[in-house]
Design a protein around this ligand. Structure first.
Ligand code: 5AD
Ligand code: SF4
Length: 451
């Protein structure tokens, strides 16, 4: 074949968390290095990668319905003489391994989150037979990934993977394995490259990012606050965020960094999961509701304008009406800018999945609706409170309408305003004039007036 048709194309779709989004982008880089151009049209892809999520049953089941559709597509493309390789990556791949091959006949490669740097080799081998690679290899995948093709103003950067906490409901310690941190030098080198490519905001990500303990510059071990300070020193990086955290790893030095490092944004995603001490104990969270409250008070003392975010699970086995009321009370007392809330979903292999005292689906649905109602009201109140204020917006991209740009405030509120695209990458003071459903709308303030 000749002409543009000869160009090989790869379609990569990611489900679930930001770690997966990062991995998906890196898989696109790996395939790019092999001559595959990225496409968002699945029907023209020679390689299709589904980067899967196993955290809740619904997320995992989505993959199988998608694979059913892809099987048809693969057959149609084969009839036209095109080969299609289908890759299942991510946490469903890790958890189910070879089982995926029997449930989904169209799949050629199953690759876990620690092995995707080997994708070219696995794809080559798949022509001789279907391949499964879900090892936790001894080599570090980050050392084997090609240079990052950076995009945009704001970038995720994986600094830590895995989790040793073993919350009773969670598959992460099984799918992502034990906690591993990259070295400060490796993270700083990646962040420097991002900065040179125009990135202004870096979000340090990890399943338990505040448990970060990487090799430091002086031969010792560095914690997340040390890493934050090192990244803050990189010219061009004006904003730093980190996610996601565990309350028990929220040390005094990290709290102090919120007071002392201007680039560290006043936003904290700190999942509490429940407000009931009984449920928290059953979840193996190893903290109480009051310990969480005291922690938040300390963070607020260090950074009074910090915006808070959390994850919640309703209907954990054995959760009573009184337990759920404790969650509602904690939410009312603390006040969150944003939050994710889920119905409990039993995951095979986790301790909670063995429990016989499941909460009925209807009760879970009722509790979720009540909790989301409260969280939505808090989110809207937070957005309304921004109206009339002048906030620094890091401009990330063109806005929805021509002549508009879009960006985020320090508190991660999305803002649209009229300005030329040449301002992308700048921090612009914007006076907020009204709230929309998902964004705020504002007008740029001349520098002199903003000062
Ligand atoms: N059921 C429901 N929600 C879950 N989460 C993790 N495991 C489960 C589960 N089995 C939620 C937690 C976690 C977020 C990433 O997903 O709230 O913080
Ligand atoms: Fe899962 Fe708990 Fe680890 Fe978070 S801290 S990844 S919820 S086991």
């Amino acid at each position: 074949m000749s002409g543009p048709d000869a160009l090989k194309k790869a379609f990569v779709k990611s489900y679930g968390c930001q770690m997966n989004a990062y991995d998906a982008a890196r898989m696109a880089d790996v395939l790019g290095g092999q001559g595959y151009a990225a496409t968002d049209k699945v029907e023209e892809a020679d390689v299709i990668v589904l980067n899967t999520c196993h955290i809740r049953e619904k997320a995992a089941e989505k993959v199988y319905s998608e694979l059913g559709r892809l099987r048809v597509l693969k057959t149609e493309r084969a009839a036209r003489g095109h080969d299609t390789r289908i890759v299942v990556a991510g946490c469903v791949a890790q958890a189910e391994g070879g089982e995926i091959l029997s449930r989904a006949p169209a799949v050629d490669v199953v690759v876990g989150p620690q092995s995707y740097h080997r994708l070219p080799d696995l794809l080559a081998r798949s022509h001789r037979g279907r391949v499964v690679d879900t090892e936790f290899p001894v080599e570090d995948k980050f050392d084997h990934l090609p240079a990052r093709r950076s995009r945009g103003v704001s970038a995720f950067l994986t600094v830590q993977e895995g989790c040793d906490k073993f919350c009773a409901f969670c598959v992460v310690p099984y799918t992502r394995g034990a906690e591993v941190s990259r070295s400060v030098a490796a993270v700083v080198a990646e962040a420097e490259k991002l900065a040179l490519a125009g990135v202004r905001e870096v979000t340090l990500i990890g399943q338990n990012v505040n448990a970060y303990h990487g090799d430091g510059a002086d031969g010792g071990t560095a914690g997340l606050p040390d890493l934050i300070r090192a990244v803050a020193a990189i010219p061009g990086i004006v904003r730093i965020r980190y996610t996601t955290s565990h309350p028990n790893d929220m040390g005094a030095d990290l709290i102090r960094a919120h007071a002392e490092v201007p680039a560290l944004m006043p936003y904290l995603h700190l999942p509490v999961q429940s407000g009931s001490d009984r449920v928290l104990a059953a979840m193996n969270r190893k903290h109480t509701g009051d310990q969480y409250r005291r922690l938040i008070a300390r963070v607020r003392a260090a950074r009074p304008d910090v915006a808070l975010s959390s994850d919640f699970i309703v209907g954990f086995p054995g959760e009573s009406d009184a337990d759920f009321s404790d969650t509602m009370r904690l939410v009312s007392e603390i006040g969150f800018e944003s939050a994710y809330s889920f119905k409990y979903s039993p995951r095979p292999g986790t301790p909670a999945a063995e429990r016989a005292d499941a909460v009925p689906e209807a009760v879970m649905a009722e509790r979720l609706a009540a909790l989301q109602g409260l969280l939505d009201a808090q989110r809207h109140a937070y957005q309304r409170a921004a109206v009339g204020r002048t906030l620094d917006v890091l401009v990330e991209k063109a806005g929805r309408r021509p002549g508009q740009v879009a960006g985020k405030t320090p508190h991660l509120l999305a803002v649209q305003f009229d300005a030329p695209a040449s301002r992308i990458g700048e921090v612009v003071p914007v006076r907020i004039v009204e709230t929309g459903s998902n964004s705020l709308f504002g007008a740029p303030v001349p520098e002199a007036a903003a000062a």
